[in-house]
Design a protein around this ligand. Structure first.
Ligand SMILES: CC(C)(COP(=O)(O)OP(=O)(O)OC[C@H]1O[C@@H](n2cnc3c(N)ncnc32)[C@H](O)[C@@H]1OP(=O)(O)O)[C@@H](O)C(=O)NCCC(=O)NCCS
Length: 250
């Protein structure tokens, strides 16, 4: 009976072509491998994403909370047709991106999160997932939304995405933007980088173990330093932090 019920709750997995791993050189000379993850690697990703849920900076908190839920959904079979790609530098987790197939020909971009800053790691990972949607899943369009000003600039502006106000995105219920095959082709030459196949020793190292991020985003010392506080009209988060720092509350 329990097994039967599980069969009803569990989404039927559709066949999807694999994402062929690629590698690229970053602006600082380091090499990043982008590859898909196996289900048994998800618990480790959950461990690395969890602390970011508390990082009230550049919208890491909301994005990490949602990524955590989607990864868990993947692990316990509660999300339909999702893929998860990661970027690793020397084995270390540098970025996670995910999305899914909504219907034949239509993809949904879920999240992009960079665990090391300042190297366009998130931008490269986003490009990799668009490449997966277009070149491998053969989607005609990918529905996209931004949850942060940096994400808005990186994805909606850099790719010059088209507005689709009539299509409500499953992420937060807001109107979508769309990446079409045409907009992707315009971006391919400049924004999509990386080479294949990944040399065996590099791929083996990446697959051997996903190491923890060495310099993950953390809470700003003072929220005035965080871009997000500019938009915090109540200032409550800043006042709370100051009270804590001054020992007025524990
Ligand atoms: C959006 C995101 C994926 C982009 O990743 P990225 O391409 O690697 O870019 P970074 O975040 O490193 O850099 C973005 C900007 O932050 C600034 N920045 C660089 N290093 C930084 C650092 N150490 N700390 C804070 N900001 C930094 C830079 O000025 C950069 O500006 P640029 O656009 O002129 O290059 C990443 O910022 C992120 O994960 N944000 C939180 C989650 C999120 O918003 N996801 C997207 C939802 S739509």
């Amino acid at each position: 009976m329990a097994t039967e019920l599980e069969g009803l709750l569990r989404p039927k997995v559709s066949d999807a072509p694999p994402y062929p791993a690629k590698f690229m050189q970053l602006a600082n000379g380091e090499t990043m491998v982008v590859r898909s993850v196996e289900r048994d690697e998800i618990p480790l990703l959950l461990e690395y994403v969890q602390p970011l849920i508390k990082v009230e900076r550049d919208f890491y908190d909301i994005v990490a909370a949602r990524v955590f839920a989607e990864l868990l959904g993947q692990y316990v079979h509660r999300i339909q047709d999702q893929y998860v790609l990661i970027g690793q530098i020397n084995g270390e987790l540098a970025t996670i991106v995910n999305g899914r197939t909504l219907s034949p020909g239509i993809g949904v971009s879920l999240h992009t999160i960079a665990l090391r800053r300042g190297l366009r790691i998130g931008a490269h990972a986003f490009a990799a997932k668009m490449e997966y949607h277009m070149d491998y899943l053969n989607h005609k369009e990918v529905m996209i939304v931004a949850e942060s000003p940096i994400g808005f600039r990186r994805f909606l502006v850099e790719y010059n995405l088209e507005k689709r106000p009539q299509v409500i995105h499953e992420l937060g219920g807001v109107p979508s933007y769309a990446l079409t095959k045409e907009t992707f082709e315009k971006a391919r030459g400049t924004l999509v980088v990386g080479r294949r196949p990944v040399p065996k020793d590099l791929l083996d190292k990446a697959k051997a173990e996903i190491l923890p991020p060495s310099d993950p985003p953390v809470m700003a010392q003072d929220l005035l330093a965080a871009s997000r506080s500019v938009y915090d009209s109540t200032g409550s988060a800043l006042r709370g932090l100051r009270s804590k720092q001054e020992g007025r509350v524990k």
